[in-house]
Design a protein around this ligand. Structure first.
Ligand SMILES: [Zn+2]
Length: 167
């Protein structure tokens, strides 16, 4: 197979739409300064290397920021569309894996005494995938260490269950 036969998936995703998505989720009520929280913000050009990345200037504190300032996506050299594509594939893989677990009855809604949740949510699906990954012997990284301590199975299961659900 020639390299030209491969599809460059990141090229199918539009940078402008990715940045618009970030802005929509980050500032649903309009752009706010990440330093002082003021909404008195004006546009201040675009990034030199990423033309769809909008810059802003705060009229209250004179701070400068852009679409990604203060986010986990700031400071990375990969284009935003690559991160969006990775997140999409991670979501797709998790959803697919959870569906196979659900077919075996291994995805159940987490219930608490004060919160009766009737249907499975994505959080439950993610927890089921984590549980499967963390308890699978194929992914075990601990060698047969002599200083290994054993704990009761019930305690290990409850610790795994608690860790599967992020706070
Ligand atoms: Zn400000």
């Amino acid at each position: 197979m020639a390299a030209s036969d491969l599809i460059n998936l990141s090229g199918l995703i539009d940078d402008a739409k990715c940045f618009a998505l970030v802005r929509q989720h980050r500032w649903p009520e309009g752009v706010c300064c990440p330093v002082c929280g003021s909404s008195a913000v004006i546009r201040d050009g675009h990034d030199d290397t990423q033309p769809c990345r909008q810059r802003y200037r705060c009229k209250t504190c004179s701070g400068r920021f852009d679409d990604l300032t203060g986010t986990v996506l700031a400071g990375h050299h990969q284009p935003l569309r690559v991160w969006v594509l990775c997140l999409y594939f991670m979501f797709s893989l998790t959803t697919f894996w959870a569906s196979t677990l659900a077919a075996r009855g291994l995805v159940l809604p987490r219930r608490a005494a004060w919160y009766a949740k009737p249907a499975v949510t994505f959080s439950d699906a993610l927890a089921a995938v984590r549980r499967q990954l963390w308890t699978a012997q194929a992914f075990s990284t601990s060698p047969n260490a002599r200083d290994m301590a054993t704990i009761p199975r019930a305690l290990l299961d409850s610790l795994t269950e608690a860790a599967c659900y992020p706070a």
